[in-house]
Design a protein around this ligand. Structure first.
Ligand SMILES: Cc1cc2nc3c(=O)[nH]c(=O)nc-3n(C[C@H](O)[C@H](O)[C@H](O)COP(=O)(O)OP(=O)(O)OC[C@H]3O[C@@H](n4cnc5c(N)ncnc54)[C@H](O)[C@@H]3O)c2cc1C
Length: 412
């Protein structure tokens, strides 16, 4: 079999892998670059899968990270429908599923993650949502069936609930914890999110102990410890398991993700890890952080490219994390990492269609959350993110006062 030799080999044709490949070219890297992707599709953006793709408002071509001709024009080789099976770190080689061997100078692991699964046999009607195929299969069933149970009240589950309500299904959310978004947002904000869903007719079941799915050929209901719920379609969104197996068997350190330094280097000088699969040292937080977000996948693509190009600039993992979530005609943005028990200062109100919360622990600003109609909160969250990045905590009364421009607070 032909042996291929490349300058940089990227395993994982997702958001992070594609962004790294283009960032390398933008920095003038001229050696061969090859991306290996297990999926047959070119790299695409996953956020629309629980939103516009589910409602069939966007197709694959609308959500590609870059269109196909861009890979040719940037001389980036895509090997799709091809799985990397083994890394041979001593030889600086990767073995593919079909036996082909690729040699590399630099290897980037951008393998993402897979949905955490419930135990038991898969039953038709029970869905997980990670890939474009998952999204289109679910979209087709949402048109056909009437009663959706969302298992897991995280951002993705709630986005699916909102999309399904817009499509006219009856929707309930089944959550094992006493409330939704327990790991991501303080209780007051989560309660407002629930109120928004309840206004739209979504039912919530908390502290739910799932016993199993009812149905023989297809889902007919959800069995909880204390009740049964009718459902002909279910979506399970209970978290992500980072794809770290390749790294582990290659002897790389793995701890809740592939361990890297602030420039995304693993313990092997030729191997890097980025995106959802990487647990990278974050210089802002001064500890390792694994992030599952579009922003992080893109930023780490740029960071790893700078590291490979040996840029002297100190581009590193230090950006305040940011993510968004769209539900109905409301958009959320969350900046920072904070304790879900932390205290809040509110600016504006949901009734006015726009609210910002500044989150603080022991008097120090640790996060900013905004929600509002359309993109109304984008600028304020951006300024909040800048306050966080600069380590500033303005006086709380000024943060709460809508008459004081947030931009002014940056200059204090
Ligand atoms: C439904 C959904 C909605 C989301 N919404 C938002 C949002 O609103 N806002 C936000 O900030 N983030 C959102 N995210 C998260 C965001 O999409 C991810 O953080 C981002 O896609 C991570 O990119 P990645 O490249 O690290 O991983 P992925 O995009 O998962 O790409 C990894 C790729 O590697 C491939 N791969 C794995 N192992 C191998 C192997 N051995 N050989 C070859 N290929 C391999 C996988 O098949 C996959 O294609 C959402 C995610 C999902 C699933």
């Amino acid at each position: 079999m032909r042996e291929l030799k490349v300058g940089t080999l990227i395993i994982g044709a997702g958001q992070a892998g594609a962004s790294a490949a283009f960032a390398l070219r933008e920095k003038g890297y001229s050696d061969p670059v090859c991306i290996i992707g297990e999926e047959a599709l070119p790299p695409y953006e996953r956020p629309p899968l629980s939103k516009a793709v589910l409602r069939e408002e966007k197709s694959l071509s609308d959500i590609l990270v870059r269109d196909l001709p861009a890979y040719d024009s940037h001389n980036i080789q895509l090997m799709l429908g091809s799985r990397a099976e083994q890394i041979l770190p001593q030889e600086q080689q990767v073995k593919l599923g079909d036996g082909q061997v690729i040699s590399y100078d630099n290897l980037i692991l951008a393998t993402g993650g897979r949905p955490r699964q419930l135990p038991g046999k898969a039953l038709p009607g029970v869905h997980y949502l990670r890939s474009h195929g998952d999204g289109t299969r679910l979209a087709a069933e949402l048109k056909q069936y009437k009663k959706l149970a969302v298992i897991g009240g995280g951002f993705i589950g709630l986005e699916v609930a909102a999309s399904a309500r817009k499509m006219g299904l009856e929707v309930c959310v089944i959550e094992a914890a006493p409330r939704v978004l327990q790991r991501s947002l303080p209780e007051t904000i989560a309660a407002d999110v629930v109120a928004l869903h309840e206004d739209q007719g979504v039912e919530f079941h908390y502290n739910a102990r799932l016993q199993g799915f009812a149905g023989t050929d297809r889902l007919s209901g959800i069995q909880l410890e204390d009740k049964s719920i009718d459902a002909d379609i279910a979506v399970v969104g209970i978290g992500l398991i980072p794809n770290t197996e390749l790294a582990e068997t290659a002897g790389l350190a793995v701890d809740n993700g592939i361990c890297t330094d602030a420039q995304c280097r693993t313990g092997n000088a030729h191997i890097y890890a980025i995106g959802d699969c990487a647990n990278s040292y974050h210089t802002y937080y001064q500890r390792a952080v694994r992030l599952e977000s579009w922003q992080n996948a893109n930023l780490q693509g740029a960071i790893v490219a700078a590291a490979i190009c040996a840029e002297t600039s100190d581009i590193q993992n230090d950006a305040v994390p940011w993510l968004w979530s769209d539900q109905y005609d409301w958009s959320f943005q969350v900046a920072g990492i904070f304790d879900s028990q932390a205290q809040l200062i509110s600016r504006g109100s949901a009734a006015e269609g726009k609210q910002i919360w500044f989150i603080h622990s022991d008097g120090v600003l640790t996060g900013v959350v905004g929600w509002g109609k359309g993109t109304s909160i984008a600028k304020d969250v951006r300024v909040g993110q800048m306050l966080l990045q600069q380590g500033k905590t303005p006086p709380f009364d000024m943060l709460a006062d809508e008459n004081i421009s947030l931009k002014k607070l940056l200059k204090l």
